[in-house]
Design a protein around this ligand. Structure first.
Ligand code: HEC
Length: 149
């Protein structure tokens, strides 16, 4: 009898854990769609257009930066899906660039704003102008976009 009670408790506990996990996963997926650029700057940021066409050569240049001097790969991964188990990472997880819903809601200008300012309150830092020139940032964004295709 005692053992049965324990087993039932264990099952309920397991279900409760599962329930918590499911709800946080859904919330996280939705929250990546929220704009990252502050409301008073988003209108302007959305007018910025990538001056470089998405040619295979330009995407290749962006890939080189992603894996090289900008070390994007250390958080976003070779497959662009975003690593989830980085020691010391606080708050939000690195973005999964293969998420088509996320790709669809963001303009190039908003992503460029992020490379200039970082995503406040997260480990996504600012890269322009300290690590990347503006031209390099636009190239790396062509590569980020290529994960959505
Ligand atoms: C130290 C880890 C780290 C590195 C290195 C890093 N990122 Fe991120 N990145 C993050 C995190 C964490 C987020 C999620 C921020 C958020 O949810 O607001 C993010 C989010 C983003 C986003 C999405 C912002 C949005 O509007 O949703 C883009 C685009 C991005 N990173 C591009 C890059 C590029 C390009 C590089 C290299 C130049 C890079 N990241 C390097 C951790 C990193």
């Amino acid at each position: 009898m005692r053992d049965n009670g324990l087993t039932i408790k264990t099952i309920f506990f397991g279900l409760a854990l599962l329930g918590v996990n499911i709800s946080t996963t859904l919330a996280a997926d939705q929250s990546v769609l929220q704009p990252r650029v502050p409301v008073n700057q988003i209108e302007e940021a959305r007018t910025w257009v990538n001056p470089f066409p998405s040619t295979p050569e330009n995407i290749e240049k962006g890939k080189h930066i992603f894996h090289g001097k900008a070390f994007c790969v250390t958080c976003h991964g070779r497959d662009g899906k975003g690593l989830g188990n980085i020691p010391g990472l606080v708050g939000k997880l690195p973005r999964n660039f293969t998420d088509k819903a996320w790709q669809a809601v963001r303009t190039d200008g908003e992503l460029f704003w992020i490379l200039k300012n970082g995503s406040p309150g997260t480990d996504m830092a600012s890269f322009v102008p300290l690590v990347l020139t503006e031209d390099e940032a636009w190239h790396v964004l062509l590569y980020v976009r290529s994960f959505g295709n």
